[in-house]
Design a protein around this ligand. Sequence first.
Ligand code: DQA
Length: 147
Amino acid sequence: MITIAVIHGPNLNLLGTREPGVYGSTSLKEINHTLEQLAESLGVNVLCQQSNHEGILVDWLHQAGASYSGVLINAGAYTHTSVAIRDAIAAIQIPVVEVHLSNIHKREEFRHYSYLAPVVIGQICGFGPDSYLLGLRGIIQHLQQHN
Ligand code: DQA
């Protein structure tokens, strides 16, 4: 069965109370629950994980590359800083989709550049928690078309 690793990066554990004007009031637990429900309805599995530590995110990408079908990642602020996460995505052989709750392109200039964008199959941003659901649908469709 298709299994997608959902990887949440730094500060996303605080969703619900973190800058609600930017990120909304939905908690990470609720986002994961909705993703699990959508996955079930699509007949796939998701494994949701969150870490504030760059190296752990790199380790999870390597593990996903060895064991799973694809990755949905919101790398948070590491999106705009991390060559290590970009290189980990480039190193693994499975498709990766980048998601963001906010539209990073209409925020501060330092958020406009994503180190990940050139090595993922696509980026979805600006739809709040629905960015994750759209991302999951996108990666499943990609996998079904390419397998
Ligand atoms: C974010 C956007 C990033 O710029 C920010 O650092 C985050 C969250 C988003 O989901 O909108 O932590 O990835």
